[in-house]
Write a protein that binds this ligand. Structure first.
Ligand code: ATP
Length: 462
């Protein structure tokens, strides 16, 4: 059974990590960033548990707790604090908090508390247990795809996990995941962590592009009270929160050069000093990084440190663009359609053959994310069970004339080159032999298209 958790936390990165972690363990979580927003949410359906920060802008945590109690005695509230003084904790318990945790939040501890609050006492699990079974299949299983490059990628993740389990010391290699936007880099990062030796420890993620550079350092390294004007209390950084586990740095190419130097230092020394702090703390964390940029090019341009680049790509995993995954498009499309159809209570939706050709032939610049979002829209709007090509949110010129499926001549097995030639001819015909347009419809550059036209000796309009 899914339980509803409301997270009221103004630290956005922490809030997102708590949400993802609890969702992974089978709960439905919603995040708001202020006490006012949290109270407004309580006017609707009541959550089962509220995870509530003490220090909030505006109405503070204790006030929110008091108001929750005035509304309902059954909602369980778990408080989170930066500096838990006994006085504040006692006050919270008097006001009816279920329990409290101090920062840095150890996600596993929080989950055990949430489970206890829900009456699902798993606190007697041995410390080494992995993700809860209710999480619904491993992260690797969630990575849908049967095409050759996806099978090779999943095999590489399995082999990496195997090696990690056998390694004698605890120093796991850094992993760099590359691929276009929306190809599933975050999913792969999760699979690497949750298949690996540290799966029971925290998985902390941060998108380096979403935090202004001047705030990123404090977010990663934490700070002592008074380190700068706004530092009213000690804050633990995400690197400390990832102690024993994995720090996932998404969009690593966005780090500026000074931050790259600091990251390299902490990666090499595994020691960290909070901003404004004097003491160094030993931290055991492994890094997985992802980027859709060409980091080698950024190194050549002097925008990315080569030493950090080589440190990060000890193991490199590459996600192919969706257009290069053959029938995976249909596999993923059917999966997303079924998922959204069940959410919107429209069972029985299916693709017509023409829609399947359109899905297969589109070049998917936004990759799996584009496909997933499109199918949500389709399921939402669908009036009939059959989804035709014109129902897909693709440019109308494409959706009305998707490339014909290459058919093998009777009695002959079509080889790869033969299929490619037929696709090229079909796309050229569709584009009235306009090479640029045909190249675009296949997601190729004009030069790549010209090269293939020559390679297969495709001659003008038949
Ligand atoms: N192989 C897959 N199977 C199922 N879902 C997938 C797969 N790959 C990606 N997705 C889904 O597609 C969406 C985008 O994936 P994700 O966020 O991992 O991409 P990304 O490469 O990290 O994107 P960005 O570069 O923009 O950060 C997510 O909703 C994810 O769950």
């Amino acid at each position: 059974m899914t339980h509803a958790i409301l997270i009221i936390e103004d630290e956005r990165v922490l809030a997102k990590n708590i949400k993802t972690y609890l969702e992974r363990h089978g709960h439905a979580a919603v995040v708001v960033h202020s006490g006012e927003e949290g109270l407004a949410r309580l006017d609707g359906a009541l959550p089962d548990v509220v995870v509530l920060d003490f220090h909030l802008p505006g109405v503070d945590g204790l006030e929110v707790l008091a108001r929750i109690r005035a509304r309902s005695a059954s909602v369980k509230v778990i408080m989170i604090t930066g500096d838990a003084t006994v006085k504040v904790a006692v006050q919270a318990m008097k006001l009816g908090a279920f329990d409290y945790l101090s920062k840095p939040v150890v996600l596993r501890e929080l989950r055990l508390l949430v489970d206890r609050a829900l009456g699902l006492d798993r606190s007697r699990e041995p410390a080494s247990t992995g993700p809860a079974p209710e999480a619904g299949g491993s992260e690797l299983d969630k990575l849908a795809g049967e095409s050759a490059p996806m099978l090779a990628l999943k095999d590489a993740i399995r082999r990496l996990a195997e090696a990690e389990r056998l390694v004698l010391d605890n120093d796991l290699p850094t992993v760099l995941i590359i691929g276009e936007t929306g190809t599933g880099k975050e999913c792969v990062a999760r699979a690497v962590h949750f298949e690996g030796a540290r799966k029971a420890r925290p998985f902390i993620e941060i998108n380096c592009a979403s935090i202004p550079p001047q705030m990123l350092e404090a977010e990663l390294f934490g700070h002592e009270r008074g380190a700068f004007t706004d530092a009213r209390e000690r804050k633990y950084g995400l690197i400390e929160a990832a102690d024993g586990g994995t720090l996932f740095l998404d969009e690593i190419g966005e780090l500026d050069l000074p931050m790259q130097a600091k990251l390299l230092k902490v990666l090499e020394e595994k020691k960290l000093r909070r901003l404004g702090g004097l003491q160094e703390h030993r931290i055991d964390f492994r890094v997985i990084a992802a980027t859709n940029q060409d980091l080698a090019l950024r190194v050549r341009e002097g925008k990315f440190r080569s030493d950090l680049y080589y440190r990060l790509k000890m193991v490199q995993l590459e996600l192919p663009p969706l257009r290069e995954r053959g029938d995976d498009v249909l596999l993923l499309a059917r999966g997303f359609l079924a998922m959204h159809a069940s959410r919107y209570r429209k069972p029985g939706l299916f693709f017509t053959p023409c829609a399947q050709r359109a899905l297969r032939g589109w070049h998917w610049p936004g990759n799996v994310r584009e496909l997933r979002n499109m199918l949500e829209q389709i399921a939402l709007m669908a009036r009939e069970e059959a989804i035709a090509a014109r129902d897909l949110a693709l440019p109308s010129s494409f959706a009305h004339h998707p490339p014909a499926a290459p058919a093998a001549p009777p009695g002959h097995e079509m080889n790869l080159e033969g299929m490619e030639r037929q696709y090229l001819v079909a796309a050229l015909g569709q584009a009235r032999w306009n090479v640029t347009q045909a190249a675009r419809s296949l997601g190729l550059s004009r030069d790549a298209m010209r090269y293939r036209i020559e390679k297969y000796s495709i001659k003008g309009e038949p």
